[in-house]
Design a protein. Structure first.
Length: 145
């Protein structure tokens, strides 16, 4: 009976969602690499909000600019996702091979968003909402509307 109670209690605890602690922080509390990234690619842009999202096993950071653009960083301060829907992505952020592919095959559209995915993959979203997925060698592997 004791084992059954422990089993039920364990299942209840494991099935209960773990609340993420999403809270505003000061810019100075961002990891150093995140601050350097912002200095390099978003110099002079006004920051509206900096948030730390502390989850059970992970921490991430999000910087939201007053123009609506966003950058998400992992716990080490490395960028994971850059969303510049309202402006152009900063020059030099998109790998040259991906930029060349987009310039050649989708010349009338700009890259709005770039995201690092698992296994070295990179996903970019174009201004026409087309999403392109590249492998770690920058070969196109998927197109999603």
């Amino acid at each position: 009976m004791k084992n059954l109670i422990m089993l039920c209690l364990s299942l209840f605890i494991l099935s209960t969602p773990i609340k993420a602690d999403d809270k505003p922080i000061e810019y100075a509390k961002l990891p150093k690499q995140s601050q350097e990234f912002i200095s390099n690619y978003f110099a002079g842009k006004h920051i509206a909000l900096v948030k730390m999202d502390k989850e059970f096993f992970d921490t991430s950071y999000e910087v939201i600019f007053s123009d609506g653009n966003k950058v998400e960083f992992d716990k080490k301060g490395l960028w994971k996702d850059v969303d510049c829907t309202y402006t152009e992505l900063p020059a030099g952020l998109v790998p040259a091979q991906i930029k060349a592919y987009v310039d050649k095959n989708h010349p009338n559209f700009k890259i709005d968003k770039i995201e690092k995915e698992s296994r070295g993959r990179i996903s970019v979203e174009l201004s026409n909402d087309l999403e392109l997925l590249f492998d770690s060698n920058f070969n196109l592997i998927d197109i999603d509307n």
